[in-house]
Ligand binder design. Structure first.
Ligand code: NAD
Length: 500
């Protein structure tokens, strides 16, 4: 049905380097074993960090626009191999092919962004209070950067970090999810091909570590990594944050979300329903920004409810490689069990469940396919407060916008939120300081599907990190403040007198 071996060959992966260990790679499409790889052990991890540390010393010497040239070449490799890499992502993560390709496109976009950025790593010039003095701010490369990534965006999350870190002059140590190692091998191979084309990059610039959480924890604890960027569950983020903080290292945390949409009385309901279905059911509810809570104004609640029930029922659930499929499988059996537990808890809390059952898919017996569930809830207690990484949409009826905003903010997570309204006052209130407390707040589009131009991330249990666009690059550099005296006097700051 599909051949990962030929894709890996096309992507230039030197399989022999990794093949033959106890790290089992499976496809969520049918549970089939794709490969067995050698995991990195403690000593391997330490050695790879050492190599990245040495490569950093060389890499930081190159002027940023030259470093940008490597990222431009990486973008070229990704353009050439978009189809193969997108397919591999689909095979390993289970997202539909359109989304697998979209994920690679996102990598290409961030490469373009970072290439331009390599000529724009601007510092400030600052007015000095002292005569004959000038102050300025310079941005310098930081060091080797640790990247820990999750299964649901197996390649794009790496690129958000890697493209910026590379132009900022940093080397890389990447620990991908143990569930999506083949995609990581393919990306590493494309970067190595770009490095060969470029010709000036140190061979050890990017190190790939395969393994589970122990490997990730080693990065968090390693004092040679000034920054660890970790994407995954809030549980993981708490552990990584504490390990980094204990050694006074920096971390960027991109963790779980419990994202919302508000449908206000003035909303364009056709547009809102389409957006809600994509945001809740797309990627089988396995995006950090997937829509999980929908607050609908009482005056339009029944209409929206009916349309959503019908839309969820008719969604094509199936093999993600098939062109007509809109919802692929869950990542594994554990995800299915967690989804069913959440639905049982929701029912016990007074919820009315529509959908959520297992869908048989021909030729994919080992996969876990679920019909997206719509759950009418009487209140936002217990299970609604949690991120269940599956296609479950909780539906609540609200009376006033203030109430909907209060519900939006009354959960531990703070990633993505949105309002559907054609009323300017409502939309602006939602975006205002008294509105959504999330890192992402949208109007008339759903909470999922971010573009790379903006800074991406969220507050509270989502971890507070920002990646990708805007000024997120500053995380990957160290800032130096310089004061230059071009006079022959020595005036002290704050007028302090000290004569000898
Ligand atoms: P996960 O937390 O199980 O694993 C993520 C990564 O962390 C993996 O590489 C894993 O090996 C590693 N890891 C796990 N425990 C660790 C530890 N104690 N120390 C160091 N590393 C550790 O998450 P997952 O199931 O792969 O992904 C789903 C989660 O990721 C969801 O919560 C989702 O919301 C979140 N996510 C967030 C974003 C974001 O940008 N905010 C993006 C994608 C996914």
């Amino acid at each position: 049905m599909y051949e990962p071996e030929s894709l890996m060959k096309e992507l230039g992966v030197d399989f022999a380097r990794w093949h033959g260990g106890d790290l089992v790679c499976r496809s969520p499409i049918d549970g089939r074993e794709l490969a067995r790889l050698r995991a990195d052990r403690g000593a391997d991890c330490a050695a790879k960090v050492g190599r990245a540390e040495a490569a950093f010393i060389e890499w930081r010497r190159l002027p940023p626009p030259r470093r940008g040239e490597l990222v431009r070449l990486l973008g070229g490799q990704l353009r050439r191999h978009k189809e193969a890499l997108g397919r591999l992502v689909t095979m390993e993560s289970g997202k539909i092919l359109q989304e697998g390709l979209g994920e690679v496109q996102e990598m290409i976009d961030i490469c373009d962004f970072a290439t331009g950025l390599s000529r724009q790593l601007y510092g400030l010039t600052i007015a000095s209070e002292r005569p004959g003095h000038r102050m300025m701010e310079t941005w310098h490369p930081l060091g080797p950067v640790g990247i820990i990534s999750a299964f649901n965006f197996p390649v794009a999350v790496w690129s958000w970090n890697a493209a910026l870190a590379l132009v900022c002059g940093d080397s890389l140590v990447w620990k991908p999810s143990e569930k999506t190692c083949l995609s990581a091998l393919a990306v590493q191979s494309l970067l190595e091909q770009a490095m060969r084309e470029f010709g000036e990059a140190p061979a050890d610039l990017s190190q790939l570590l395969l393994g589970g959480r122990e490997c990730g924890m080693m990065l968090a604890q390693d004092t040679r990594l000034p920054l660890v960027s970790a994407t995954g569950s809030t549980r993981m983020g708490r552990e990584v944050a504490q390990a980094c903080a204990a050694r006074l290292g920096r971390s960027i945390l991109e963790l779980g979300g419990n994202n919302t949409a508000v449908i206000a009385p003035s909303a364009d309901l056709e547009l809102a329903v389409r957006a809600v279905v994509f945001a809740a059911a797309g990627t089988a509810g396995q995006r950090c920004t997937s829509l999980r809570r929908l607050f609908v104004h009482a005056s339009v609640y029944d209409r929206v409810r009916e349309r959503l029930i019908a839309a969820f029922r008719s969604l094509a659930v199936g093999n993600p490689l098939d062109a007509g499929t809109l919802v692929g499988p869950l990542i594994d059996e554990h995800a299915w069990t967690v989804m069913q537990d959440a639905l049982r808890r929701a029912q016990a809390e007074g919820g009315r469940v529509h959908g959520g059952e297992r869908v048989p898919v021909e030729g994919c017996d080992g996969g876990f396919y679920a019909r997206p569930a719509l759950v009418e809830m009487p209140a936002q207690g217990g299970v609604v407060q949690e991120e269940t990484f599956a296609p479950i949409l909780y539906l609540l009826r609200y009376q006033t916008l203030e109430q909907a905003i209060a519900w939006n903010n009354a959960v531990p997570q703070g990633l993505a939120s949105s309002i559907f309204s054609n009323d300017l006052r409502e939309a602006e209130l939602f975006l205002s300081p008294a509105g959504s407390d999330c890192g992402i707040a949208n109007v008339n589009i759903g909470p999922s599907g971010a573009e790379i131009g903006g800074a991406f991330g969220g507050e509270k249990d989502t971890g507070g990190g920002r990646e990708a666009g805007s000024d997120a690059w500053k995380n990957y550099m160290r800032r130096a403040t310089n004061t230059i005296n071009y006079s022959s006097e020595l005036p002290l700051a704050q007028g302090v007198r000290f004569s000898i």
